[in-house]
Each structure stands twice: as C-alpha cells, then as structure tokens.
Design a protein around this ligand. Structure first.
Ligand SMILES: C[S@@+](CC[C@H](N)C(=O)[O-])C[C@H]1O[C@@H](n2cnc3c(N)ncnc32)[C@H](O)[C@@H]1O
Length: 333
C-alpha cells in the first residue's frame, strides 16, 4: 500500500518561536560557541546607517587626518566592505568600528586617571575589532606604550591601519591575534590557588606573542560587545580568563558593555534575549552578573557596578523585542 499524503503537514506550525519559556538548553548545548553567524547578511550595504555622532566624527577626523566629510565617508565605506569580508559582524554593518563607546562610559575619566597616575598601568582591549577604543584612550592621554590590543581576527589590525592611515611603525601599539579561549594563547589559571604562575616582572608589550604573559599585570581590561557573543558557560569561562589577567593592585578594573537583560524578578539568574537574527541567546542581568564576578573573585574582593539602558538596534523593526545595553565595571578592592 502506498501512502500518498506527505507527512507531517508543516503549514499549520506556528510561524514564530515565541515560547521563551521552552528554551532550556543543557550545559552541553551552552558550551557550543554562539551565535550562529551564518544568518548574518554577507554584505554591508546600508550606507544610510553611516551617521557618526558629532563627537565620534570629530575624533574620526582627528585620528584619520581626513577633514573632508565626503572623502571621509567614502574612505570609511571602502574599509567597511573589506572588514565585512574578514567577518560579517552586525556591528560592522552598523559602523560601530568608527564609534568610540568607551568615552561614553560614566567612569571614563577614572580609566584615563589610572593611565596618568599609575606608572606602567597596562590597558588591554580584548575582542577589540579595529581597536577604536584603544585609539580613543591614547588620543585622550593614555600612554601609548602601555596599550595592547587583541582580537580573534588579525585582519582587523591591518584594516585599522588602513582606516587611520597608520602603519605598525607610525602607530606601534601591539595587536595580538588569537582566540582568547585557546589555552596556548591565554592559559587558564585557578584564581583561588595559592600558587600563582604570575611572572612578577611585567612583560614588554612589543615582544608579546600571546596573552599569557599578561596574567596579573593588566590595570584596565576592556571587553566591549564580546560577552554577548557566547552562551552562559563560555561567558563564565571568559570572565575567569579576564580575571586572571587583572593586576592585584586595588583600583584595577575590568570594564565593558554588551547586550543583556534588565534586573527583573524573573531575570535574577539571567535569562534569554532575542538576538538580531531572532535567535534566543543567554543574557545576564546585573544581579546574575554580580554573582558571576563575586564567584570568580570571592565575596568582598571586587566592587561590581552596572548601568542598564534601553538600546535600539539599527536593524530593529517597530514593535520588535526590547533590547538593553549593559555597561559594567568590576573594580579590584
Ligand atoms: C561584536 S565585535 C565588538 C568589537 C569592539 N570591542 C566594539 O566594541 O566595537 C566582537 C569582536 O570580538 C572578537 N572575538 C570574537 N570571538 C573571539 C575570541 N574567541 N577571541 C578573541 N576575540 C574574539 C571578534 O573578532 C570581534 O572583533
């Protein structure tokens, strides 16, 4: 007997996955790197999204040396096309590589103060993409010789030189290309262990090939729009890796920003948010974020501060899900 009716009949299935409560991946699922970038558009064509703030535009002119705004825009668009070929992150489509988000943090001045007042204070920008925030702190007075940048994609380092019309000789800030989760790039360290593998002498930044020699030597660690790329277990692993890099001196800080959740009764342990491609991804709330860092450093060892505000995606359609930007600071006490 032949059964002619195809089965099952999918037409009746719901067209949107709205049942957030059904999302409960196992720890193994969460260990899988996220998000799934295959869905991202392959070309950055939305020229209309080019609209730098007056402050960013002034900094961009100063750092590129291009004052003609038409020429500057053409230059940025050319670099953007190449950056999209390196990796099609939405933040590249949104021109975030020409925004200097660090200068908008409410504690920005305290970063510059450490740079000025603590001799040799190292600033490390991790998952830095073009390293635009590193360029910004240097422009605002952070000693260039104490800055180090790192990203998975070495191609962004070359494009940054193209964008800012510099070379490794004229702008000798080290850019370490590597995967922060790769133990040969940053070897994990147990923070609670009494035996420290920290080399007491700070490394010479220009000689660095990996992040490991920086363990215990970084005064300011900046990780912007990095954590939200990963699931819950990877976020914990990342926090622990960053903690291992932090200098033991009081006032040393790990700072950053990314998309997260606001503190509500239901979000105390974190939860799930919509990503731009309508996937559900893990997100912390300020309460779960605080618990994470206290767990890593130990209660009373760090002060954790959070600022959460609504954030509108440049790709958002009206009536879409609300998104929240979490700016945070973990300060060694
Ligand atoms: C969304 S972009 C944010 C860039 C920049 N920090 C900013 O605020 O605009 C995330 C960056 O993290 C980098 N990244 C992703 N996974 C990484 C990893 N495992 N190790 C190091 N960098 C990584 C990407 O290459 C990308 O440049």
């Amino acid at each position: 007997m032949t059964i002619a009716v195809p089965s099952p009949i999918h037409e009746n299935y719901p067209k949107k996955a709205t049942a957030v409560s059904l999302y409960s991946p196992t720890p193994d699922d969460l260990a899988v790197p996220s998000p799934i970038h295959e869905n991202y558009p392959k070309k950055a064509t939305a020229v209309s999204l080019y609209s730098p703030t007056p402050d960013d535009l002034a900094m961009l002119k100063r750092l590129t040396g291009i004052n003609d705004e038409t020429k500057l825009k053409e230059h940025v668009l050319r670099v953007q096309t190449e950056a999209y070929e390196v990796y099609p992150y939405p933040c590249i489509a949104w021109f975030q590589f020409i925004s200097y988000r660090i200068s908008n943090y409410p504690f920005y001045n305290s970063i510059l103060t450490i740079g000025k007042e603590r001799p040799g204070a190292i600033y490390a920008d991790l998952g830095c993409c073009f390293g635009n925030d590193g360029r910004r702190v240097i422009a605002d007075g952070y000693p260039m010789e104490n800055v180090v940048l790192s990203d998975l994609q070495g191609g962004f380092a070359e494009l940054a030189h193209k964008l800012y019309q510099t070379t490794p000789d004229t702008y000798p800030v080290p850019f370490l290309a590597g995967d922060i989760f790769d133990p040969t790039f940053l070897s994990p360290q147990n923070l609670t262990s009494k035996k420290s593998s920290r080399n007491l002498k700070p490394p010479v930044l220009k000689d660095l090939k990996t992040l490991s020699p920086l363990r215990g030597h970084v005064s300011i660690i900046h990780a912007a729009w990095l954590f939200h790329l990963f699931g819950e277990l990877k976020q914990r692993q990342l926090a622990s890796l960053l903690a291992s890099l932090l200098s033991p001196l009081p006032g040393s800080m790990i700072v950053g920003s990314h998309l997260d959740l606001p503190d509500t009764e239901g979000n105390k342990k974190g939860g799930f948010r919509w990503s731009d491609k309508e996937m559900m991804v893990f997100a912390h709330s300020p309460t779960s974020w605080r618990a994470l860092w206290e767990d890593i450093f130990g209660t009373g060892k760090v002060r954790i501060e959070s600022w959460v505000g609504q954030w509108k995606s440049p790709w958002a359609t009206s009536g879409g899900p609300e998104r929240y930007l979490h700016t945070w600071k973990v300060t060694r006490l």
